[in-house]
Design a protein around this ligand. Sequence first.
Ligand code: SF4
Ligand code: SF4
Length: 421
Amino acid sequence: MTNHCAWQPSSFTIMAKPRGPICNLNCLHCYYLSKEQLFPGSDFRMTDELLENYTRQYLDSQSVPEVNFVWQGGEPILMGMDFYRKALQFQRNYTRPGMRVMNSLQTNGTLITEEWAQFFHDNNFLIGISIDGPAEIHNHYRVDKQGKPSYERVIRGLRYLQQYEVDYNLLTCVSVNNADRGKEVYQFFRDELSAKFIQFIPIVERENETGFQEGGHLTRRSITPQQYANFLINIFNEWIRYDVGQVFVQIFDTTLASWVGEHPGLCVFEPTCGLGLVLEHNGDVFSCDHYVEPSHKLGNLNETPLKDMVFSERQYNFGMLKQTSLTKYCQDCRWLFACNGGCPKNRIRKSPDGEPGQNYLCKAYQEFFSYVDKPMKIMAQLIQEKKAPAEVMAMLREKESEVLSPLPETSKAPRTKRRRH
Ligand code: SF4
Ligand code: SF4
């Protein structure tokens, strides 16, 4: 018996966690370490049987030509290289003609050796490295189980990736620890680490015992909306002057996509959720990486076909709730086309009219979208005219006031060193 509903998206992504939440580090702002308590007595290792079953079903349920296997954790490198060799073999066995399979892996970088870098290069893995800034910023939260800093080990891994020409991007958590140093963090990534692709993830953490999305109190590590707005605007000011077309900052790209009239391609800003699921090491499937909790478990792959879980009414309802639960304030917002109310996990405040379910980061989004509106319109126009959006940089040099509005008072940051040319 299946519980399919009419909803059958042509593509979805599964984030697989072959080692579950197990990690060699103990980052203080990690949202996933606490998931260990969901699997008491587990050895936290995906079996070969499950790996093969998952690979077959994942490929079988996609109707698009490109399928991305996403490996995450915890620390997925802890599975060892043989596991990924088997994964690649299974992918070869079950790929349909005309299908292109890719692999991406998110890691803290500390366990990357030359051998791993060679392996990632040879098998075209895209590697995401979690790093929060220069050493003193990064080491504040990203420590190992002994409380020792991890920065030097991350950089060693990153240098191996560069040496072996592995494609990589940087993933940075924006917390109280680095929120006021956005431009400095960005310049460091660009100038010292040669980063071309950067994602910023705002830390909005609930203070509770379970690690679930419950309760309205936030931890002290969480950023304020104003800090997040400042962080983004300060980086945008640097990017729009020097780096358009050279450095790709995820939130700037997704914003531009919205201004062009396309899908942002980032779940936080999509109108609905439900297309990014999690497969845990034991076969449990959850609705979303930020809802790995019993109430959002869809089933287990050892017992239920993947399609039945992904295309279930339950998952459909989870996805639609993002849209149907928008506050009136969001529905009337001029930025709704780009924001879509933001991630439901952060809808923990009341709107100015007193309606519950307003996004905690709303003010940040409003300030950011207002500030970038003019340059985004210009870049969207350039794209429409089949020109490079990077031309905006020359326009800005010629007449700044026609591209950028003055920096909001609230977003003025202390001066940091200028880029080296
Ligand atoms: S709940 Fe948040 S993180 Fe999950 S799919 Fe929706 S927007 Fe993305
Ligand atoms: S900016 Fe605020 S009001 Fe507007 S859609 Fe986003 S969360 Fe809603």
